[in-house]
Write a protein of this length. Structure first.
Lengths: 133, 63
């Protein structure tokens, strides 16, 4: 329990420090930057720092974070996600071409952004539970 | 593919966790191997056989 609390504090601290550094760097490099862009950039940096720190702590604790099986599952899940996204893009192109619906660039990109994450996560879960023998 | 990993591991008095550490993989991978749900690479099969003190063909049996 104390170990988990310590882990959470370290992960949060890493996220806060990384966000602060990223925001200071952004302000210094681009003084006229839109506040919303800086907020989104800060959130992305915080999430990345939290994930990297958590993975580092897990590796330190468990010894092995990824092995040949998990790497294989990861690669296969990425391939499935890529193909499904390719199909989605083809569908969006046809929908737009046949004027079945108006496809805005922003909504199409947002859809693909979440679709790729969702299909990767689902494929990874499915492949992890299935085995390959 | 059949495997005699579980039996050989028990004979060596090793837990799945210990075997995983000695072979450099995650415990879940050892579970999958013992259930015959995962075909290991030649390198992993060699490492497992070495830790269990047996030949690869004694640990993994291709029917």
């Amino acid at each position: 329990m104390v170990g988990n609390l310590k882990k959470i504090i370290i992960v949060l601290a890493a996220a806060v420090v990384a966000t602060a550094i990223a925001n200071v760097a952004l302000v210094l490099a681009l003084p006229n930057l839109d506040k919303s862009v800086a907020t989104v950039a800060g959130a992305v940096v915080a999430a990345m720092a939290a994930v990297f720190t958590l993975r580092y702590l897990q590796r330190k604790e468990d010894g092995v974070l990824q092995d040949e099986r998990t790497k294989k599952v990861h690669n296969a899940a990425m391939a499935y996600s890529w193909w499904l996204t390719y199909v989605l893009i083809a569908i969006l192109l046809w929908v737009n071409y046949l004027k079945l619906a108006k496809v805005e660039l922003e909504s199409a990109l947002s859809l693909m952004f979440f679709f790729m994450v969702a299909t990767y996560t689902l494929a990874k879960w499915w492949l992890s539970s299935r085995g390959d023998a | 593919m059949r495997t005699r990993m579980k039996e050989m591991r028990a004979r060596k008095d090793l837990t799945q966790e210990e075997l995983a550490k000695k072979t450099g993989v995650r415990r879940e991978t050892i579970v999958f191997l013992e259930q015959g749900k995962y075909n290991p690479s030649l390198e992993l099969a060699y490492r497992v056989a070495k830790v269990l003190g047996a030949k690869i063909e004694e640990v993994f049996i291709f029917d």
